[in-house]
Design a protein around this ligand. Structure first.
Ligand SMILES: C[S@@+](CC[C@H](N)C(=O)[O-])C[C@H]1O[C@@H](n2cnc3c(N)ncnc32)[C@H](O)[C@@H]1O
Length: 226
């Protein structure tokens, strides 16, 4: 994972922005985990991309990706736009609940769903599954509510971040691992669950959900998998 090259993309925006980028890229195990599912030629959609850290890491580490990301926080999106300048990257302001979605081979939604209510989470997941190409993978990283003391730490850290104004939203809604898995399986996806909390006190897991059945093909028609 090419952290130095990705961080370099943020250096023109000042030491604070660069330092935050480096800290987050080094500390969060989700980025490395996600990169393992990417290959050159893919379209990667990052839902709630914030400052674009995953997209920058993917561009530097994998190369030859079509990068698409959106977020409803314009300040964070502005940082992403400046960092990804010159790349094959499309970044737009949008809300996961209703924004238009491109077809993609890999869709990431990392630490985003819990800012919506469970019914909204289900609706967003259905929209994302509909945008996934046959053979594609939907990667959902979120905290689980049934992870003991880790869930308590995760919940409190989110509440503090919201109180400090770092995250927008009306609240936080974590779900059990079984609930999230069931929500994805309900959409016809094949689901595996990986722990994603290495070297952190959080209750995070990565749901790896694959579209192996009928889905949207590259020309927009429904087609069965081969
Ligand atoms: C904790 S940050 C995670 C950022 C990024 N996914 C990462 O892991 O590096 C959550 C991001 O999701 C965005 N977000 C939350 N709900 C959203 C929604 N409904 N539509 C678009 N963005 C959303 C927030 O604005 C914020 O930038």
């Amino acid at each position: 994972m090419k952290i130095d090259a990705a961080v370099q993309r943020y250096s023109a925006q000042g030491r604070y922005v660069e330092g935050f980028a480096r800290g987050k890229m080094k500390a969060d195990p989700a980025y490395r985990a996600v990169l393992a599912y990417l290959q050159p030629g893919m379209t990667l959609l990052d839902v709630g991309c914030a400052e674009g850290y995953l997209l920058a890491l993917a561009a530097e580490s994998i190369g030859e990706l079509r990068l698409v990301g959106f977020d409803h926080d314009l300040r964070r999106l502005g940082i992403a736009r400046a960092a990804l300048e010159g790349l094959d990257a499309e970044l737009y302001a949008g809300d996961a609940r209703d924004t238009e979605l491109p077809e993609a081979d890999a869709i990431c939604v990392l630490d985003v769903l819990h800012y919506q209510t469970p019914p909204e989470q289900d609706a967003i997941l259905a929209r994302l599954a509909g945008a996934l190409r046959v053979g594609g993978v939907l990667l959902v990283r979120d905290g689980r509510s049934d992870g003991g003391w880790r869930s308590t730490v995760t919940g409190w850290s989110e509440k503090v971040a919201m109180a400090l104004g770092r995250h927008k939203g009306d609240g936080v809604w974590f779900r059990t691992q079984a609930e999230m898995r069931a929500a994805l399986e309900e959409l016809g996806l094949e689901v595996a669950v990986d722990p994603c909390a290495e070297n952190t006190p959080f209750a995070n897991v990565l749901f790896v959900a694959r579209r192996v059945g009928v889905g949207r093909s590259t020309d927009g028609e429904a087609e069965p998998s081969g």
